[in-house]
Design a protein. Structure first.
Length: 259
């Protein structure tokens, strides 16, 4: 049998893509990628900005139900308040609401306080704020102005309701800021003189040993240990008992009156 010789078909010639077309395609792809990245980043920034705005304009935590509550105290402030998990035990027999916000600065607290819904007022407010501001480089004059904004908002809402300001504590790892802290404490003490509602709880002596911060702090040298909070509790108790109306104190410290 005779077979015809089969020859391979020649390969089709490869058509070269013009370099100009490749460049235009590359530019188009680059633009599309950049636009996509821009849209993604803009969306993410917008979402984060919205969340930050929403957070800043949320009420302070743990405001209660709004119903009148006998012998209640609000503890408002930054992480030193927020982390006071034993506040109810340390302040017994008062009813406590820990309304602290971890890491908060004074302007942030003021904004959230202004966003509070109408609530039945407590017997008193205990405030600790300003330490974070000073540590981040905010001037004492600016922090003082922000604290006065918080107090003004309290007055607008609750009139002469007592507010007890706990002075800035001498934290070991923030010792270099002690001059600014002391200046803020002096400004607040002067502001309280002659005031009907502002009281000062000078916590500094209770936190010092031989001229330096005592062993009342956690390992970070900023936040308090249980021993530190017990000292805070005793100092606040003493201030309440000496500065609140005697009938209220007598009623609220009667072991059978608070639940």
């Amino acid at each position: 049998m005779k077979f015809d010789h089969i020859t391979a078909a020649p390969n089709d010639p490869v058509q070269a893509i013009p370099s100009g077309l490749l460049a235009r395609r590359g530019v188009k792809l680059t633009i599309e990628l950049l636009l996509g990245a821009f849209v993604f980043i803009a969306t993410a920034i917008g979402w984060l900005s919205y969340q930050a705005y929403r957070d800043r304009h949320s009420p302070l935590p743990n405001g209660g139900t709004g119903a009148a509550e006998h012998c209640s105290l609000w503890f408002v402030g930054s992480s030193s308040m927020h982390k006071w998990v034993t506040v109810q035990a340390d302040m017994r027999p008062w009813n406590t609401h820990n309304r602290g916000v971890d890491g908060a600065k004074v302007d942030y607290l003021a904004s959230r306080f202004q966003s509070d819904p109408p609530l039945a007022p407590p017997s008193a407010i205990v405030l600790y704020a300003g330490e974070n501001d000073i540590a981040s480089g905010v001037s004492t004059a600016s922090v003082f102005g922000s604290l006065k904004t918080v107090i003004a908002e309290k007055r607008a809402r609750y009139g002469a309701l007592p507010i007890f300001y706990v002075t800035i504590k001498p934290s070991p790892t923030r010792w270099r800021f002690r001059p600014q802290q002391a200046e803020l404490n002096r400004l607040m003490t002067g502001y309280a003189q002659g005031s009907r509602d502002l009281r000062i709880v000078d916590i500094v002596p209770a936190m010092m040993v031989n001229g330096r911060p005592g062993p009342f702090y956690q390992a970070d040298g900023i936040h308090l240990s249980h021993a530190g909070y017990r000292r805070w509790g005793r100092a606040v108790h003493k201030a309440l008992e000496s500065r609140l109306p005697e009938p209220l104190v007598r009623s609220c410290t009667n072991s059978g009156s608070v639940h």
